[in-house]
Ligand binder design. Structure first.
Ligand code: SF4
Length: 81
């Protein structure tokens, strides 16, 4: 057990429905994390375990509608600053 690891990280995931253009990139990259509802994607959960597919999706979003924030630190992982 790594005593320095602390509690497991969580990410806060959000999609801005006013910015999303329904490209389907995120639902294709991370179907377990996003769903298209009507004309916008939305996260299935806002509190998620870190996973590469979610960050890949957020960084691949053509309009940077997806935000990923590390809970605890508040570090913004996406969109890229
Ligand atoms: S990748 Fe971006 S624009 Fe495309 S559906 Fe997801 S949030 Fe919307």
């Amino acid at each position: 057990v790594n005593q320095d690891a602390g509690p497991p990280q969580r990410w806060r995931l959000a999609v801005d429905p006013d910015v999303c253009i329904s490209s389907g990139v995120c639902t294709g990259c991370a179907p377990d994390a996003f769903e298209l509802v009507g004309r916008a994607s939305r996260p299935l959960r806002s509190d998620v375990q870190p996973q590469d597919a979610i960050l890949d999706a957020a960084l691949a979003c053509p309009v940077e509608a997806i935000s990923v924030v590390e809970m605890g630190t508040g570090a913004v992982l996406a969109p890229e600053p």
